[in-house]
Write a protein that binds this ligand. Structure first.
Ligand code: AMP
Ligand code: ZN
Length: 499
């Protein structure tokens, strides 16, 4: 049985959805005032792991993710550039979609945008005014947290020194200044204004998620996710708004991933300590190595980002690739033996049991790498048949396709002597083919090859400036080069960089 940690109870609970076989999932999406950084991607990859595993466990998942395209930060950014919100946010929304696909994250069923749901937010605010949970002040509308006794239950906040009537307009604030928060903000110089039934103005940040989640998933749904920074005030405020307005429990399971940090500090735009995905790809990493890194630390543990950790992720992914290559070398005819069948069954059980245990990815990967270690010993001892090797290959590609999505076979490039073997096997083996998407091009564009050769010459002549220029030129054309330790170079298509 799947068990998940619920921030609301502070415990790991059995997961039972409202409707058998279906899961309604809402995940807080990007605030599109800048390009997403890999801290954001950690949250989205954790949510992807959850969603993929729910699907493995037979649930049909209905997933909604909001796009925050109006809030304090987007307005500030648009004003600084002297453009409208729509023009300002568009490139960031596009970059989000591009990076999401590059990282093999399943898209949500819907991406509602805040600016397209002002009517729903106004409706919710009207209900809160009618029911006495909200009040007007100087053209704005605030939520009166003293009217909602359950306030603070999610974040376990101490409300003892709560001063009634203390108010704030900022979308984000610290726990120390817990206060009535703005649902609707009065018109202000330099801010967009909507003319509505509750008066002119614009929404606060928190109200969008309450309005859009109930529109698409209903007043009560199964799972709501975000990073731990969302717990207070954002999710606390969402619960207050939704439960006060609808009179029913808002969400059954709250899941939060811990931060990705750099030198002990949360990676954030405001701190300037961030990398975007394209920053990392430009350094020669594969997006699937980034995915592997973000996936392989348990979601409730802090993840310290370093390039050393990224190198380890690369090595881990390559280990899986190398194993697949070795399996292809197994030629001995014969039926599958009980030893390998048993090893695969144990690894399968261990892998999925790990994920059942609050998405314990370390346990799951221990089962996978344990299998690789044992099977490698069998390969070395010539104790595998071809059928054994195929069964092992199918198993690894199956869990990759269902859960990991690090596509170990695509590490291989044309210049790699192993790649031809792998491609051939994949083409020959139907059961494997089902699971694999090969993105290895068989032919390199002659112009690209010319550039690669020119760069190799530049490197040989120690003209690293020219070599780097060529690398960047090719990256702009969607070709990523990887320099191997032996001096050879691999290339792959990655699409144009996001920024
Ligand atoms: P934002 O675009 O800031 O609204 O954040 C989008 C998502 O990324 C939210 O779920 C945040 O909790 C999450 N997030 C932001 N920064 C980090 C970080 N450094 N580590 C993990 N998750 C983060
Ligand atoms: Zn939200």
């Amino acid at each position: 049985m799947l068990r998940l940690h619920n921030t609301l109870s502070g415990r790991i609970e059995d997961f039972v959805p409202i409707e058998p076989g279906r899961v309604k999932l809402y995940t807080c999406g990007p605030t599109v005032y800048d390009f997403p950084h890999i801290g954001n991607w950690r949250a989205y990859i954790f949510e992807d792991l959850l969603k993929r595993f729910l699907i493995v466990r037979g649930f049909k998942v209905e997933h909604v993710m909001n796009i925050t395209d109006v809030d304090d930060k987007t307005i500030r950014g648009a004003n600084a550039q002297g453009v409208g919100l729509d023009a300002y946010t568009r490139p960031f929304i596009e970059a989000f979609g591009r990076d999401r696909d590059t990282l093999n994250i399943l898209p949500a069923d819907r991406y509602p945008r805040a600016t397209e749901h002002i009517g729903e937010m106004v409706g919710l605010i009207k209900t809160l005014l009618d029911k006495g949970f909200a009040y007007r002040k100087d053209g704005s509308v605030y939520f009166a947290i003293a009217k909602f006794p359950a306030y603070g239950r999610l974040s376990k906040i101490n409300l003892e020194d709560l001063r009634p009537g203390r108010r704030g307009d900022a979308d984000e604030y610290e726990k120390e200044s817990v206060h009535d928060f703005a649902l609707w903000k009065a018109p202000k110089e330099g801010e967009p204004v909507w003319e509505t039934e509750i008066g002119p103005g614009r929404p606060g940040w928190h109200v969008e998620c309450s309005a859009m989640s109930s529109k698409y998933l209903g007043p009560t749904f199964d799972v709501h996710c975000g990073g731990v920074d969302n717990i207070f005030p954002h999710h606390e405020n969402e619960i207050a708004q939704s439960e006060a307005a609808n009179g029913v429990k808002f969400v059954n399971y709250w899941l939060h991933c811990h931060h990705l940090v750099v030198d002990g500090q949360k990676m954030a735009k405001s701190k300037g300590n961030f990398y975007t995905l394209s920053d990392i790809l430009a350094k020669g990493y594969d997006p699937r190595e980034v995915r592997f890194l973000l996936l392989t630390t348990h979601y409730r543990k802090m993840l310290n980002f370093t390039f050393e950790a990224l190198e380890q992720a690369r090595a881990g992914r390559n280990r899986i690739r190398d194993f697949l290559v070795d399996l292809r070398g197994v030629k001995r005819e014969g039926p599958p033996g009980p030893e390998v069948t048993g090893l695969i069954e144990a690894a399968r059980a261990g892998f999925f049991a790990g994920l059942d245990d609050d998405l314990n990815i370390s346990g799951a990967l221990a089962a996978l790498f344990g299998l690789i270690e044992k099977a490698n010993a069998l390969v070395a001892g010539c104790r595998l048949s071809r059928a054994d090797a195929e069964a092992l290959t199918s198993f690894i590609l199956e869990i990759d396709e269902k859960v990991l999505k690090i596509e170990p076979t695509t590490v291989l490039q044309k210049s790699d002597p192993n790649s031809k073997r792998i491609v051939k096997i994949i083409n020959e083996n139907v059961s494997v083919q089902e699971f694999v998407k090969v993105d290895i091009s068989s032919d390199v564009d002659p112009d690209v090859q010319k550039k690669i050769d020119e760069r190799q010459k530049a490197r040989a002549a120690k003209d690293f400036k020219r070599a780097d220029e060529i690398r960047k030129e090719l990256l702009a054309a969607g070709i990523l080069l990887e320099d191997a330790k032996d001096g050879s170079v691999r290339w792959k298509k990655v699409g144009p960089p996001a920024a």
